[in-house]
Design a protein around this ligand. Structure first.
Ligand SMILES: Nc1ncnc2c1ncn2[C@@H]1O[C@H](COP(=O)(O)OP(=O)(O)OP(=O)(O)O)[C@@H](O)[C@H]1O
Length: 313
């Protein structure tokens, strides 16, 4: 668990972070969003002490972070950033093994760990001997995430780790990260400018403005009841209805009746409500056939059900 109590950071006369309080539970995915310069990266870096806080307290599992020896913080907190920060003259394997080496693990243990992480992140084994410049942006980002996970930290701090990637690779990595977090039960604090990414990943969404936290809660809570016009517009303004629909699966809203086979058009049970709405618009229909992974019909989704349910969950 990470707790910030009235934390402030000043740079000279400027207050970059202004008395923020935040609690991230173990296993929670917390996403910080806000306009440029509002203090997101500074907040993240204060948690692993890359930046010291000026005032207030930051605790890990109830203990002030200032009490932790540096190697313990390194082991417990992984850090991944947009530019990946990979060392250009080191191979992929050496880059991933950085923190375990600093922690003086044995050579064979480091090698096993590197191999396991490369498999976990879908990096082919032969990549171990490549150098960062021989990788695509998406592959380098995976190496950056693997390196952050290397010492099996319980906390991951991620600052725009998928920035500068094309939307398809980005979405793939988002799904993989969410899946990884579900399987490995990491506590994640993640900074992004991309609101769709934030809404898709967050258990807790934290909106910052001018160094302060203006609202926090689940994505649905914030979409439905933004604290003010700033939060509403940051979350998508009039697009909030579609953004909320993007968080709900067709399978949760369909009527599980046995539909007539051959009824078309169809939508996957795993698709989101905004995708279903898009298909209805595209095909100019008020009804979709819902199919499972094997394309077998399992239900029906009507426009009326979609509209009512989306707003009265
Ligand atoms: N090392 C530093 N020295 C002086 N000022 C700094 C330093 N680091 C950050 N700042 C200032 O603190 C404020 C918050 O910066 P921070 O990087 O935390 O914002 P951010 O929300 O992450 O921004 P962005 O989304 O653009 O990355 C900014 O006004 C920035 O100029």
């Amino acid at each position: 668990m990470i707790e910030l109590f009235d934390v402030t950071r000043r740079f000279g006369d400027e207050t970059a972070v202004d008395r923020i309080s935040l609690r991230v539970e173990r296993g929670e995915f917390c996403v910080l969003v806000g306009t440029s310069g509002c203090g997101k990266s500074t907040t993240l870096r204060m948690i692993n002490r890359l930046i010291e806080h000026s005032e207030g307290e930051i605790h890990l599992d109830g203990q002030p972070i200032r009490d932790f020896p540096e190697d313990q913080l390194r082991r417990r907190i992984g850090y991944a950033i947009q530019s990946t920060g990979l060392f250009p003259h080191w191979t992929v394997a050496r880059n991933i093994g950085l923190v375990p080496r600093l922690l003086q693990w044995s050579g064979s243990r480091i090698q096993d760990r590197v191999e396991a992480l490369m498999a976990l992140l879908g990096l082919p084994p032969e990549f171990a001997h490549k150098y960062p410049h021989q990788l695509s942006g998406g592959q380098a980002q995976r190496v950056g995430v693997a390196r952050a996970l290397a010492a099996d930290p319980d906390i991951l701090l991620m600052d725009e780790p998928f920035g500068a990637l094309d939307p398809i690779t980005r979405q793939t990595l988002q799904v993989e990260l969410r899946d990884l977090q579900d399987r490995l039960d990491k506590t994640i604090v993640f900074v992004t400018h991309d609101m769709d990414e934030a809404l898709a990943l967050a258990d807790r969404l934290v909106v910052m403005h001018e160094g302060r936290i203006v609202q926090q809660g689940s994505p649905i809570e914030l979409l439905r009841a933004p604290a003010d016009d700033f939060v509403a517009s940051l979350l998508g303004g009039d697009d909030r209805g579609l953004k909320e629909a993007a968080l709900v699966r067709v399978g949760e809203r369909m009527q599980p009746i046995t539909p007539k086979v051959g009824e078309a058009p169809w939508v996957s049970r795993e698709a989101t409500l905004n995708q279903a709405l898009s298909l209805m618009l595209w095909h100019q229909t008020r009804h979709l056939l819902v199919v499972d992974d094997a394309d077998a019909p399992v239900g029906r989704l009507s426009l009326d059900a979609l509209l009512q349910k989306a707003h009265h969950e």
